[in-house]
Design a protein around this ligand. Structure first.
Ligand code: NAP
Ligand code: G4F
Length: 392
């Protein structure tokens, strides 16, 4: 139990005196981008939502702060690295649906912390499945596993669908591949309703600040408001199929409402490069960029400004490439085919367009930077920039 708004009544049954109780969902990774949107989505559907949060010396629950205190929203301590904590929470909540979203989710970080990534992203999935079995819920509880397009890695087919061979290309992807296969194994061995959503990149105004899209929208806002000089990026040619996270959490739920447990690719079917994302984000803040040069020498130069963007930016290099953001192996051509999700789940992959997504993120970050003020000045001597936390 956490605080006075998170009381869990472990004597609760599904049917008290003829009163049918709402469905109970347990979300690991509830404090993350997807966990926060999924919580909102399920609460609106009338679910009782339980989330697992890690114990830490500093509370960082910004994305779910607005949900705390709601009567159907409960938090429990647990950790993907600690089986007992998962068994205790699953046993106390006795969920109808588990959404396993918790992960060390940053690909670049997985090169620096491969063992931690494997423990959380691979063995952690096994721990969740075993916790459900240990609590005797394997016949009633449906499990969603947050799988990823990173499984396609060094892609063997474009676009990628449910039948495309996997070729993981980072410690993160290798760990997630174990998660994918152990879920499939438990489905076949124990007849459990457990499925993987193979989700392509999905972004939002709540995206972590070191993922490329959010790094770009925050930098565009800071540069337009005079708080940053230059944005350093890695591979500008990299191609992604970017969707809006709020649309994608609906699909997680739909996958568990399907009549049989199956895996699904979730994507928009539209592909853009990091350079295109950057150009559009800067355009939204009134900065027109022209890219010149190649590889590590490529630069994004301001050729015109409009609106409130300062005239003094014209002629300056606002985007540069740094090898610090290159990866030992990079996944460069992700493009999903959502035909199956469209046909079987009735999901609309194009609810929010790429242009709308960039606009949502930029508008959010323009307001954020304006409210933070000059205190958020980011100096862009690269060493300082890295030190400042705008890191890989
Ligand atoms: P995110 O914002 O990075 O959130 C990750 C969540 O996992 C956070 O709540 C984090 O808690 C939690 N977590 C990490 N280690 C944990 C541990 N040892 N024990 C308990 N919780 C732990 O990720 P996201 O973008 O929402 O993605 C959700 C899931 O989908 C992840 O599994 C990710 O790998 C996968 N995925 C994401 C995308 C995408 O484009 N976003 C695409 C495909 C798959 P703290 O707040 O305590 O750090
Ligand atoms: O934004 P990213 O870090 O996301 P990435 O690696 O695609 O991973 C995200 O999506 C996966 C789904 O495909 C999830 F499974 C995973 O959990 C995560 O949410 O990088 C996107 C691309 C990469 O090719 C990277 O090399 O952008 C390139 N990039 C170029 N400059 C950069 C940068 N990435 C980051 N983070 N920072 C840069 O400065």
């Amino acid at each position: 139990m956490l605080g006075n708004n998170t009381v869990y009544n472990d004597t609760k049954s599904d049917n008290l005196g003829g009163l049918i109780m709402s469905k109970r969902a347990l979300i690991t990774g509830v404090t993350g981008q997807d966990g926060s949107f999924l919580s909102e989505f399920l609460l609106e559907k009338g679910y009782e939502v339980h989330g697992i949060i890690r114990r830490s010396s500093v509370d960082y629950r910004e994305r779910i702060a607005h949900l705390e205190g709601k009567p159907n929203f409960h938090l429990h301590f647990g950790d993907m690295g600690d089986s007992m904590s998962l068994v205790k929470v699953v046993g106390a909540v006795r969920p109808d649906e588990v959404y396993n979203l918790a992960a060390q989710s940053h690909v670049q970080v997985s090169f620096d912390s491969p063992e931690f990534t494997a423990d959380v992203d691979a063995t952690g999935v096994l721990r969740v499945l075993e916790a459900v079995r240990a609590c005797g819920l394997e016949k009633t509880c449906r499990i969603y596993q947050a799988s990823t397009s990173e499984l396609y890695g060094k892609v063997e087919e474009v676009p990628q669908n449910e039948n495309t061979p996997f070729h993981p290309y980072s410690p993160y992807a290798v760990a997630k591949l174990y998660g994918f296969w152990i879920v499939k194994e438990y489905r076949e061995a124990y007849n459990m309703f457990c499925c993987s959503g193979i989700l392509f990149n999905h972004e939002s105004e709540r995206r972590g600040e070191t993922f490329v899209t959010r790094k770009i929208t925050l930098a565009a806002a800071r540069i337009a408001q005079g708080h940053q000089d230059c944005l350093y990026l890695g591979n500008l040619d990299s191609l992604r199929d970017w969707g809006y996270a709020k649309d994608y959490v609906e699909c997680m739920w739909l996958i568990l409402q399907n009549d049989k447990p199956e895996d699904f690719v979730i994507a928009t079917g539209v592909q853009h490069s990091v350079r295109e994302f950057t150009t559009l984000a800067f355009k939204h803040v009134g900065i027109e960029l022209r890219f010149e040069g190649n590889g590590v020498d490529e630069k994004g130069i301001c050729i015109a400004v409009s609106g409130s963007a300062p005239q003094s930016l014209v002629g300056k290099t606002l985007v540069a490439v740094s090898e610090d953001f290159y990866r030992p192996t990079d996944v460069v051509n992700l493009w999903g085919d959502p035909t199956k999700a469209k046909a079987k789940l009735g999901w609309n992959p194009n609810k929010t367009s790429f242009e709308e997504l960039v606009k949502i993120m930029v508008e959010h970050d323009m307001a954020k930077v304006a409210s933070e003020g000059a205190a958020a000045k980011v100096r862009t001597n690269l060493a300082e920039y890295l030190e400042k936390g705008i890191v890989k």
